[in-house]
Design a binder for this molecule. Structure first.
Ligand code: BES
Ligand code: MN
Ligand code: ZN
Length: 497
């Protein structure tokens, strides 16, 4: 896909399709008013007739209008002008691209970014365009052997009309393109079935990403190496699996070697059966998404490298399968983590924290400026926050605040839950230093409380994406969240945007 910036009068644009913004209630944005004048009032007549209501997300594809050079015009509703905000714009852009994808159009010029929508600037509007394009064009087809009636769109070139700051539009397009492709990568990794997406396969994808970028290095640790490092907690989770565990270390150097890095840790359970504490049958297939945190980390590393951000970033992916079997870990087993703390495993289905704790201990070795883990960690988080906001917890107020702000700006929002020391009481074990579950109360928080014991003094945050990493209906699949939040956070940190 080629993203370009275009200037010049709307009536003279030569392309397969013009995308024109329309407010509900008749007011026309400047570009659309210009086009309407050139077309002898065609658009206003249509609106007066009531043929297009222009609610946010409404679209209408028209054939060639007199006075305009393109063979088609796509009207895109933004809703009422007074209420038009960033969400309405996203909705309109997405709907326009969805409609465009159904037409045999290979090139289009969009004027949606020329409207001064509340909560946006030219940079953000261009980013929204590029990100939304990738979102609307996304398909997961590697396992379809015949046409699905849902083929990817034909569009090859998308031009954004720019009124003023073309440099900001160009930057927004470049950032949105890199972020959009990273999100698609995370979705691909998440959607891949668990018989394909194994720990070794994931490590191979990380290698591929690193192979494309000079500043990105990757190292894959095997089980023998993990044993030498003392990762007894992680290894206890993989014990029942025929697939070998992998621990991927990705390192991006964009700043001086002495600069403290940001460390990301992504939960990479490629399938979570629950282990001996076996999960019930319904929807168990969705536990293929239990590596979504890992997919996010690999995708964020790709985006960081493509954007060439002036920051050091480490991506850690502890990855294994959680299976029952004769060698599997039992409820009641006590294991020793890399930190030296012993853990009584009361439920083998609380496995995410068991792989993350060793990864956090490993991550602390980098003396990070910030360490952020991303995990589909608790069903309780879906109960608390649903599928709209990710759960956020941590030991650093400035880090939590920065992540919340990044999530809101990227429309990939999170919500903070408390992490008072009192919650730690629930994890007491009579036999080991800590238990891996805390009972029914505050399941999302006790999981985070468990992790906090391994973050030590490092400024640390935990994103529970159990509700946000994938959707079930109407279009089942990975969402690629929270790639948008995390790249926004890094962009803000490095003040490149
Ligand atoms: N991967 C699951 C969490 C999960 C469940 C995410 C459903 C999305 C939807 C995690 O490993 C898990 O099983 N957590 C348990 C913890 C419990 C045993 C304390 C849970 O949430 O039930
Ligand atoms: Mn589990
Ligand atoms: Zn899990």
């Amino acid at each position: 896909m080629k993203f370009v910036v275009k200037a010049g009068p709307v009536a003279r644009q030569r392309s397969g399709c013009l995308i024109l913004p329309v407010f509900a209630g008749g007011a026309l944005p400047t570009a659309t008013a210009d086009a309407d004048r050139a077309a002898g009032g065609f658009i206003r007549r249509l609106l007066r007739q009531g043929d297009f209501r222009a609610e946010a997300g409404d679209t209408l594809l028209l054939p060639k209008l007199p006075g305009l050079a393109t063979p088609r015009v796509l009207l895109a509703g933004l809703g009422a002008r007074e209420r038009c905000d960033r969400k309405a714009l996203r909705k309109a852009v997405r709907a326009a691209f969805m409609a465009l994808g159904k037409a045999p159009v290979t090139a289009a010029v969009s004027y949606l970014g020329t409207v001064d929508v509340r909560g946006t600037d030219a940079y953000r509007r261009a980013r929204i365009a590029a990100e939304s394009w990738h979102d609307s064009a996304y398909r997961f087809l590697p396992h379809k052997t015949r046409e699905t009636g849902n083929q990817p769109p034909k569009l090859r070139s998308l031009a954004l009309a720019a009124a003023g700051d073309t440099a900001a539009v160009r930057r927004g397009l470049a950032h949105g393109d890199a972020i959009g492709r990273a999100i698609s990568l995370a979705r691909d990794l998440g959607n891949e079935p668990p018989n394909v997406c194994t720990p070794s396969w994931l490590a191979q994808r990380a290698r591929e990403v690193a192979g494309r970028h000079r500043k990105l290095r990757v190292q894959v640790l095997d089980e023998a190496r993990m044993r030498r490092l003392g990762m007894g907690s992680l290894l206890s989770v993989t014990a029942g699996s025929a697939q070998p565990a992998r621990f991927v270390v990705m390192q991006y150097q964009g700043a001086r070697a002495s600069d403290a890095p940001v460390v990301f840790v992504g939960k990479g359970i490629t399938f979570d059966t629950g282990g001996i504490s076996l999960k019930p049958g319904p929807q168990m297939d969705e536990m293929k998404y239990d590596m979504s945190g890992a997919g996010t980390v690999i995708a964020v590393m790709q985006a960081v490298a493509e954007l060439g951000l002036p920051v050091n970033v480490v991506g850690l992916v502890p990855s294994c399968e959680n299976m029952p079997g004769g060698r599997a870990t039992r409820p009641g087993d006590i294991v020793r983590s890399m930190s030296g703390q012993t853990i009584e495993i009361l439920n083998t289905d609380a496995e995410g924290r068991l792989i993350l704790c060793d990864a956090l201990t490993y991550g602390a070795r980098f003396k990070p400026a910030a360490m952020i883990d991303i995990a589909t960690l608790t069903g309780a988080c879906v109960v608390a926050l649903g599928k709209h906001r990710s759960g956020l917890m941590g030991n650093s107020d400035p880090l939590a605040t920065a992540l919340l702000a990044a999530g809101d700006a990227a429309d990939d929002p999170a919500w903070r839950l408390p992490l008072d020391s009192e919650y730690m009481e629930l994890l007491k074990s009579p036999f080991a230093d800590v238990a891996n579950i805390g009972g029914r109360d505050a399941g999302t928080i006790t999981a985070a409380a468990f992790l906090s014991r391994f973050a030590g003094d490092t400024p640390w945050a935990h994103l529970d994406v159990a509700g946000t990493a994938w959707v079930t209906a109407p279009q089942k699949g990975s969402t690629g969240r929270p790639v948008g939040l995390l790249v926004e956070y890094l962009l803000n940190r490095t003040a490149v945007s």
